[in-house]
Write a protein that binds this ligand. Sequence first.
Ligand code: ATP
Length: 242
Amino acid sequence: PDFPVLLEARDLGASHGQLVAVREVSLQLKAGEVVALVGSNGAGKTTLLRTLAGVHPAGGGSVHLAGADVTALPAHRRVQQGLALVPEGRRLFADMTVRENLLLAQEHRGERRDGPPAWTIARVVQALPALAPLMNRPAGALSGGQRQAAAIARALMTNPRVLLIDEVSLGLSPRAVDEVYAHLAELRGQAGTTLLLVEQDLGRAMAFADRVLCLREGRIVLAAPAAGLDRQTVTDAYFGME
Ligand code: ATP
């Protein structure tokens, strides 16, 4: 079936001073797709996600959301248009409760113009039941896995059409990683969830995603459906052995 393209990058570039971290990256995310972005340390994954989200300036090329060019829009305007980032380190307000963090995010969302109902605290708790007993806890008191779940919930409160999640399992225990993926699996079952996630763990990425993108030295060196993809092909691309 021909699903519409929700997020698109065309020849996107990004630098840190003299260092070019993202080079002419073109990618398309279709509605409902789950795409994993892999690559070694320093390949540019975080910079690419931040550039898509508008947190880092594009050094060239463009970003399009549901057909509209958002390259000139600051991050908060992209959030209003339905593009949400779950950053590395999660960045929750540690002294605020989980509920307060979620309500704050809700204030920054735009109008939902399509499909699924708006996210509310009640709907978030339904989708991520593990958060229910944590709502009144300060975010700073959560475990790593709980914090990741809360950060995903916070992003959901902005009614994203596309969710960008950096370093899904970094710093989490294997059990916490399982829990976070169980949450993500629930989300993908719901209409209108399109995910681009950075995952260090190749096995996880290939098992969970519909498609895998591999970044090396700022370029996409592999883009393939996860089904039928063998690990060696990905590791070769990863290390530049192809
Ligand atoms: P990691 O998994 O280590 O986070 P990554 O694939 O996400 O790696 P980036 O963090 O995007 O890669 O880094 C890409 C390149 O840009 C690296 O060479 C890195 O050293 C450099 N870089 C990243 N952030 C900065 C910064 N704030 N200032 C200068 N250089 C940076």
